[in-house]
Ligand binder design. Sequence first.
Ligand code: PYC
Length: 289
Amino acid sequence: MLRIPIIDSHTGGEPTRVVLGGVTPETLETYRRAILCEPRGHEVIVGALLVPPKDPACETGVIFFNNIGLLGMCGHGMIGLIITLRHLGRITPGEHRIETPVGIVTATLLEDGRVSIQNVPSYRKATSVHAGGFTGDIAYGGNWFFLVSDHGLDLTRENIPQLTQTALAMRAAVHAAGYPEVDHVELFAPPHSPANHSRSFVLCPGAEYDRSPCGTGTSAKLACLAADRKLAPGEIWCQESIIGSVFEASYTPAADATIIPTITGTAFITAETTLLFDPKDPFRFGIGS
Ligand code: PYC
């Protein structure tokens, strides 16, 4: 029977499932939905398959994946991965280089247990794009985002079904407007806590919403703030999620009008277990796979 050892964590409410073995990059697609989704999990879980790094200076390589495919980078997932590596006794506080498909991310495990990640170069690609009656920016933060502030919607938990439907329609309109690369939509509103600078709702590629403030989305937001000169290098930006969890963020300017975002957050281990794949189980590959 196939056995896949995993460790689960959550970062600001958003789950990460680190896969320690049992699958390879070659076999991942066969088991991707079975690892994450029902009956073993839930559509919102982001997976993180540990792989040997090409660069020997890296602690590990990682392939992030979700209910519909692969993710270039994942900020909350990277924070969850670092806390998982500490849980496994593989790392101690300090800097650790992690290889992702879109570049090397330097993650610092802080003495107080928080994790700061220096993300891949991030940038705004297009400003004031009109799509489906909304106007927003297109930016890259390790994944692609359509960022909208002027939407007239309440960013509350009760409103999540409406936010999801509106963001899905926005994404379809952005694709039709010539930006097929956009897989996430980020809506902004004033924060609920005066300690923060902004609240966000983030639609993920597989139509789930991010419970965390989204590390790559916050990176895309920083790129827009930097391009508009609304946030100075090193200045702190506290991004609140739709459930009220917070990432602290800042940036340094980098080459070719990009920025290097730093995103700080916390993750907690929630489970360590082994997934079993009984050949007699008709749903061993997940429901609808
Ligand atoms: O934190 O970058 C992130 C992320 C992407 C999708 C879900 N979380």
